[in-house]
Design a protein around this ligand. Structure first.
Ligand code: 3HC
Length: 290
């Protein structure tokens, strides 16, 4: 059941996270418009919807009716005004660059009606760094999904000092209506819950690799076969994007000045070579021959 008052959701950014967040919302019964400035990324997102839904039906995981309804619920446009103009909730999932996010939130604040909730899916940028470009502080918060967003159940809902109880409550309910398990953070903290824990694991894994102690395949095997994680840290960085690991490291270093927060040498090397993981066909592992 969808949440009262939230009929249309706009997802800004159709990349790694956005296209799956949008489809999750469409599957939950919301009218969704997915938008991106890149026509190529948008086309890829639409193509994903067109293959993913029939695949779920063929697998017996989704009824034909539900797939049809979800496909009818979702549309794609590169026109932000058209996408967000009558949305009740906007989920921003663009690049992890603060200035870009501030620009988009300022645009959204102009485009959207006053009741619209503006949420950011940022992995680490708290909404209080963005909120001042809007005139609706109570309606701004973090809503952080995990990759792959169609599969991972957790969503972190983070309340800034400006976020109203009502907004946090509505966003929590929307997450539940999408079949997610939301957790509410009452205070902002860099990296929220999951990325703080993940950063600790990644930092150690990268240290072990950079010190020449073990290969990344063996470090991944250690984490999967001894700790029972579904994926080792290197495979996971390939999934979430090594570019993202780089941005997270740089942002954190700039904030803390602590050199241990800088991206590790191998992350810098992969970033410069544009070997960002699955999205570029190569990261720590090679995906070109799939
Ligand atoms: N997109 C959509 N669905 C996918 C998918 C993808 N990229 N990859 C796998 N799936 C689905 C499959 O269709 C399958 O669905 P079904 O069981 O309903 O048929 C299910 O996931 C299992 O897939 P597989 O059997 O192919 O593969 P695995 O069992 O190895 O699971 C995985 C793949 C779900 C990705 C699993 O390895 C996993 O959970 N990995 C850890 C992911 C994780 O830790 N994510 C959080 C990252 S941190 C983050 O996102 C924060 C950000 O800020 C950086």
């Amino acid at each position: 059941m969808t949440v009262a008052g939230i009929n249309k959701i706009c997802v800004v950014g159709a990349g790694n996270m956005g296209h799956q967040i949008a489809l999750s919302a469409a599957l939950a019964g919301y009218k969704v418009v997915c938008t991106d400035i890149s026509p190529e990324i948008l086309a890829k997102a639409e193509q994903f919807a067109d293959t993913y839904l029939p695949e779920r039906v063929a697998k017996g995981k989704l009824s034909e009716e539900a797939a049809k309804a979800a496909r009818a619920n979702i549309s794609f446009t590169s026109d932000l005004k058209e996408a967000a103009g009558d949305a009740d909730l906007v989920i921003e999932a663009i690049l992890e660059k603060l200035e870009l996010k501030r620009k988009v939130f300022a645009q959204l604040d102009e485009i959207c009606p006053p009741h619209t909730i503006l949420a950011t899916n940022s992995s680490f940028i708290v909404s209080s760094k963005i909120v001042d470009v809007t005139n609706r502080p109570g309606k701004v918060c973090n809503m952080h999904f995990f990759n792959p967003a169609l599969v991972m159940k957790l969503v972190e809902v983070v309340k800034g000092p400006h976020t109203s109880e009502e907004t946090a409550g509505t966003v929590m309910e929307v997450c539940k209506s999408m079949g997610k398990i939301p957790v509410l953070l009452q205070k902002e903290i860099y990296g929220f819950l999951v990325n703080r824990i993940l950063a600790a694991i990644n930092q150690e894994a990268l240290y072990l690799y950079d010190m020449g102690i073990a290969s990344y395949e063996d470090i991944d095997n250690a984490v999967v076969y001894a700790l029972g994680h579904p994926m080792g840290p290197f495979r996971l960085m390939d999934l979430t994007g090594i570019d993202l690991s780089y941005y997270i490291g740089m942002e954190r270093y700039q904030e803390t000045g602590d050199p241990t927060h800088k991206p590790s040498p191998i992350v810098v090397e992969k970033f410069v070579k544009k070997e960002w993981g699955r999205k570029t066909g190569k990261g720590f592992y090679d995906y070109s021959k799939k």
